[in-house]
Design a protein around this ligand. Structure first.
Ligand code: GUN
Length: 310
């Protein structure tokens, strides 16, 4: 990790903070994925395919699904988009998943969450074949991740780990603090950092003296879903701060307009951190790139091909 304080001719000088460019990092990763896809086609006659299922008309989910499908096709893979009406019943959705599980052209399946109230989200996740679970949400994959097996790893924490390793190299012995204990980010992030030999603390709403725990972190991951909750004085000088939050808040002084902020008070934290991911343009772009990487990995495993190292 680069020290935040530099000594120049006997004087102490604050080093410039690194703003981690997730967009550029994701673009490079997508390039490596496209190369791997092209090799799979030429060497094995396999084209990885990702099926994305959306139920309903939530505008944010519509944008996510469209972007996921566009990125899939751009990487040279097959994208299958299934859009079902808001009043779709659970049996109908489970029947579609059954069909996709049995479709040899489909190597990865993602059902966009949240689902309408009449559908049991867990039952849907459980119905996806663990081998095709592009999100890595199935209990078989969470279990494999927790026990050091060949899991499909949830996309957001996987992207965070890639950026951390790129920045810091070996993570052994680092103090990692994760704020947030969700199944999608906090818990899998903890397993990944533990596997990378970090000392890991997971914080949550009942953590006593959260700022003090955060100040211990060489690696601070914020994934709570609360706008700018992590303040600058919670950050240890020189720490790497990964901001997973995407929160829409009113734009000051511009009635009716909004802007995106993370879970970290960016201006405050960047004055202290050694490196930090911005919002937008940090973790977000990595999530879709990792979804494509997971689909390639799944396709390789299903065809007995050694998966590439992304
Ligand atoms: N909704 C918001 N993020 C995600 C995600 O990563 N996967 C799925 N399936 N749904 C989401």
């Amino acid at each position: 990790m680069r020290p935040r304080v530099r000594h120049v001719r006997g004087e102490i000088e604050m080093a410039e903070v690194d703003i981690i460019d997730g967009k550029a990092f994701a673009a490079k990763l997508r390039g490596r994925i496209a190369d791997a896809v092209s090799e799979m086609k030429s060497d094995h006659n396999v084209i990885p395919g990702l099926a994305v299922v959306l139920v309903g008309e939530d505008p944010a989910s519509q944008v996510y699904v469209r972007n996921k499908n566009k990125a899939t096709v751009k990487a040279g893979m097959n994208g299958f988009e299934h859009v079902l009406p808001m009043d779709t019943g659970q049996e109908e959705l489970l029947a579609l998943i059954g069909t996709l599980n049995g479709d040899d052209a489909v190597h990865g399946i993602l059902v966009q969450l949240p689902l309408p109230d009449q559908i049991d989200e867990q039952a849907v996740i459980d119905a996806i074949s663990p081998d095709k679970d592009a999100d890595g949400f199935h209990v078989v994959n969470t279990g494999r991740l927790a026990t050091g097996g060949d899991a499909i790893v949830p996309c957001t924490p996987l992207g965070c780990l890639m950026m951390l390793k790129d920045r810091m190299g070996d993570l052994s012995g680092k103090e990692a603090v994760i704020v947030g204990r969700s199944n999608i980010v906090g818990k899998p992030m903890a397993h990944l950092l533990l596997d990378a030999n970090c000392t890991v603390t997971i914080c949550h709403s009942r953590t006593a003296d959260l700022p003090e725990v955060c100040r211990r972190a060489d690696i601070l991951v914020a994934a709570v879903g609360r706008a700018e909750m992590v303040r600058g004085d919670w950050v240890k000088p020189g720490a790497i701060v990964i901001d997973v939050g995407i929160n829409r808040v009113p734009k000051p002084g511009e009635e009716g307009k909004t802007r995106l902020v993370g879970d970290v008070a960016f201006a405050e934290a960047k004055a202290v951190a050694g490196a930090i991911t911005p919002v937008p343009g940090g973790v977000g772009p990595m999530t879709i790139a990792c979804l494509l990487a997971n689909t390639v990995t799944a396709a390789c495993r299903q065809h007995g091909i050694a998966p590439p190292e992304f």
